[in-house]
Design a protein around this ligand. Structure first.
Ligand code: PBG
Ligand code: ZN
Length: 328
């Protein structure tokens, strides 16, 4: 029966009360900003499918990092486009490549900013797969040896955290072993433990020039239909020594974020991927949605689902929105 004295609306009656009882909030400290570093100098080219996201040469990447740091963003994740590609993606561990140079330059200029290196080979291999090929088969265990080199080179370049995004089995243990053997005992591993084979990565693959030249990534990335499998992936990466976990993508996978939160106690990050970004930008540009509202609502809901931090191309926009006020 309807009891007229029970009125949840009382706790929503004014902005001040809503502020007082709000369970989750956003802060610049929640955000990790991905950047794309390219060869050359003074390059700043907008990525067509990701308006507001740029290809940056090392000099401009540093400027961007400073801007992000001044907005209060504590961490960057660095992706890159190399000068050359080959079968095993050897430019991924080339210390003279734009990615490693950007890592060193930013670490030197802004030592307190957390620098995260994306460890994967697809941007660096001529075939666009995330590992070593035997025919058309991505060889898991041979790939591990290459990932070890990438992780160690990024640690040498000064990253605080390496983030393997390839989804090979056993990579967290392999990378931990290589880092430790090279003295990088304090370099952490942020594992993309739960990464789905998702159509939402489309704009990123244009941006990073990393689309596979044949086939797809469904043998190594997860099936969107599965959630129990996600818990298995988490358990394995935790056992192998992951320090933090990523669930990716974010919006269509918030149930997985929630399950991961309940399943384990490591810091949990979700990746608000390129397709999610592009959809919001496109609708906003058409005047169909209120960009600020939708961006802040989406990010807040990722927190509510249980994320401790969010990798998002909206990071700088969101910080500016927070400064303007009127957000959560
Ligand atoms: C590489 C990688 C991908 C993303 C980050 N690292 C995509 C892929 O599997 O092709 C996607 C990020 C995004 O869509 O924003 N393994
Ligand atoms: Zn990859």
């Amino acid at each position: 029966m309807y009891n007229k004295s029970l009125r949840p609306r009382r706790m929503r009656i004014s902005p001040a009360i809503r502020d007082m009882v709000r369970e989750n909030t956003l802060s610049p400290k929640d955000f990790i900003l991905p950047i794309f570093v390219v060869p050359g100098e003074n390059v700043k080219e907008e990525i067509p499918s990701m308006p507001g996201v740029y290809h940056l040469s090392v000099d401009n990447a540093l400027k961007f990092a400073r801007e992000a740091w001044e907005l209060g963003i504590p961490a960057l994740e660095i992706f890159g486009l190399p000068e050359y590609k080959d079968a095993d993606g050897s430019s991924a561990w080339d210390m003279t490549s734009p990615v490693q140079r950007a890592m060193s330059a930013i670490k030197k200029a802004i030592p307190d900013m957390t620098i995260i290196g994306d460890v994967c080979l697809c941007q660096y291999t001529s075939h666009g797969h995330c590992g070593h090929l035997e025919g058309h088969y991505v060889d898991n265990d041979k790939t591990l040896k290459l990932l070890q080199k990438v992780a160690v080179s990024q640690a040498e370049a000064g990253v605080d955290i390496v983030a393997p995004s390839d989804m090979m089995d056993g990579r967290v243990a392999a990378i931990r072993e290589a880092l430790d053997a090279n003295g990088f005992i304090n370099t952490s591993i942020l594992s993309y433990a739960v990464k789905y084979a998702s159509g939402y990565y489309g704009p990123f693959r244009d941006a990073a020039d990393s689309a596979p030249q044949f086939g797809d990534r469904k043998q190594y990335q997860m099936d969107p239909a599965n959630s129990r499998e996600a818990m298995k992936e988490l358990d394995l990466d935790i056992a192998e020594g992951a320090d933090m976990i990523i669930v990716k993508p974010a919006l269509a996978y918030l149930d997985i974020v929630k399950q991961a939160r309940e399943h384990m106690d490591l810091p949990l990050v979700t990746y608000n991927v390129s397709g999610e970004y592009a959809m919001i930008k496109a609708a906003a540009r058409n005047g169909w949605i209120d960009e600020k509202r939708i961006v802040m609502e989406s990010l807040l809901c990722m927190k509510r689902a249980g994320a401790d931090a969010i990798i998002t191309y909206f990071a700088m926009d969101a910080c500016r929105y927070l400064q303007e006020g009127g957000c959560y």
